[in-house]
Design a protein around this ligand. Sequence first.
Ligand SMILES: NC(=O)c1ccc[n+]([C@@H]2O[C@H](COP(=O)([O-])OP(=O)(O)OC[C@H]3O[C@@H](n4cnc5c(N)ncnc54)[C@H](O)[C@@H]3O)[C@@H](O)[C@H]2O)c1
Length: 333
Amino acid sequence: MRILVTGGAGFIGSEYVRMLLGVPGGSAEGVPGWEPSRVTVLDALTYSGNLANLAVVADDPRLRFVQGDIRHAEVVDEVVAGQDVIVHFAAESHVDRSIAGAGPFVSTNVLGTQTLLDAALRHGVRRFVHVSTDEVYGSIADGSWTEDWPLAPNSPYSASKAGSDLLALAYHRTHGLDVVVTRCSNNYGPYQFPEKVIPLFVTNLLDGRTVPLYGDGGNVRDWLHVHDHCRGVAMVQQGGRAGEVYHIGGGTELTNKELTGRLLRACGADWDRVTPVPDRKGHDRRYSLDITKIHNELGYAPTITLDDGLAATVAWYRDNRSWWEPLRKAPAE
Ligand SMILES: NC(=O)c1ccc[n+]([C@@H]2O[C@H](COP(=O)([O-])OP(=O)(O)OC[C@H]3O[C@@H](n4cnc5c(N)ncnc54)[C@H](O)[C@@H]3O)[C@@H](O)[C@H]2O)c1
């Protein structure tokens, strides 16, 4: 099978590529119908894309890397030709950056996705997996969202992801393109750019610095290890029904304050290292996904507990300073 992974040099996309190529400890064994693949990565290498994320598979002859932008129709057309499946991770992904400037979010997440969908249609791609997020639903006080819940995004990031998510589904309904959409909760794990809360806090604590806690720290997120996210995407790629949305989650719900407490303990630090900062504008209070559908239809359940996953993640950042130190020094774009 020939698979195009967009955004394959980012945090989650690179985990998917390592999994597709069967890196020890990261393989997709146990995903029904799984077969080795030829993998093309299309990635613009923005500030969050990093070839070091693919270093362990760089010499694999089944991998081809193309540096290119999903908004550029010519590059996209050349890369999409001959692919069986597209798994679409490429996006501007950081909510705070979308508050500072929404332009790149709309152009990459919405127009870039449309450019890919058009190319998929033109070249008869057999399946288009669109990787979306639980943030498209907005915020939920009690209970959990099911896949038929109305979308009500609150940040420019989540609004642009909702636009691309709905466009992908529209290409199924309008053109009959085989599209499946996944909506996942918050991911953590190795190779996550150190602007996101877990790697930001861990790398600050490892460096003896303080960590910024938004508002009252009461915002709730469901934390899922990136490998469990990618296993879910692989199951949907293999067995999901065309035109359907699947939730991937089922990690552990924690307030930001509880998460901070766990990270402080894991890094051997105290609460005097926490600096309260004003809340993020439009900050969603709580996300929560119902994962009954993917569990019943595809047999999905997460495999990595938060305790094990966080311990391994902190250990990874402790052991891989050479990966994150240059990124901490990069000027903000
Ligand atoms: N991180 C999470 O917790 C989470 C949760 C649910 C869904 N998602 C979704 O998963 C996907 C991947 O997220 P991530 O956390 O790995 O993000 P990331 O920022 O680490 O990676 C994004 C990748 O996309 C590439 N990219 C950005 N703009 C591009 C463009 N115009 N053309 C080509 N490549 C481009 C970047 O270079 C980078 O390699 C995104 O679609 C995101 O919305 C993320």
